[in-house]
Design a protein around this ligand. Sequence first.
Ligand code: UDP
Ligand code: MG
Length: 312
Amino acid sequence: MKLLSVIVPCYNEQENIADFYVELMKNEKYFHEQDVEIEMIFVNDGSRDNTVAEVKKLHEKDERVHLINFSRNFGKEAGMYAGLQRSKGDYVVIMDCDLQDPPALLPEMYRAIVDEGYDSVATRRVDRKGEPPIRSFFARQFYKLINKMSNADIVDGARDYRLMTRQFVESILSLEEYNRFSKGIFGWVGFNTKWLEFENIERKKGETKWSFWKLFIYALDGIVAFSTAPLAMASIFGVLFCVLAFIFIIFIVVRQLVFGDPNNTVGWASTICIISLVSGVQLFCLGILGQYLSKTYLEVKKRPMFIIKEEL
Ligand code: UDP
Ligand code: MG
């Protein structure tokens, strides 16, 4: 008998828990036939609604339902890590609670691992139906940018919905970094991954937990976590401005020697423009350095990724 662990990070999902359980359990028969048992690990990420009570209700009915209850909101990345750590399954899948990750795909994903020999099966949505256009636009730009800047293969529209073998899970767990960006980590660990595509499903109940701002910060975190290109960019700016300054100096000295300079005050406006431009670039580069330094600072502190208040 094999075990399939289903990890479900939840943050204020009281309306979705029961529905999710029902939808997931539609696969029960299939997996039973394959001699696979299912366990569910709901990770409550500091919800302020009745998410915990809903999970406990399920736990009373069905002992295959487990709960990890965080002491506060630590973010989805921490929730996924906690779930992976707790999971015992030979196969592990991460799914959103809002049914945007269709449980009906599970049998197909399972077959790809068992019959075709893949180490993980990932999913991506092929469209962004129902998403605000501005958000889609920035998301697309982000994927273009990060793929240019880093060698971790980060797929546009990739979801965290992924079925993995135990070996794959162990390799994910071995990356103990504090600033986690799973979309990058999944690609970074390697192995053979099969991609399945599906059309975007809109969230049925409740609201998205990601504001535009939160996504923007997450995108920056992703870039800092998987690329040092911005640091190189800062050096390139430095070299570029040195070369420019050198050319200027030669130009001015030669002009002075050849023509003399009858009026020294001419050119103050352009001087101010150049000074503001250069100091702007300097501050920008300092900011880039600061980003990396702050991430290093957080890593060095070695704080736990999450704190568990209760486990069932
Ligand atoms: N989530 C979480 N912690 C957070 C934010 C979200 O555990 O701080 C969970 C949320 O409950 C859901 C999943 O992560 O199961 C994806 O969130 P959401 O559906 O809001 O994101 P979207 O699908 O809009 O990208
Ligand atoms: Mg969602």
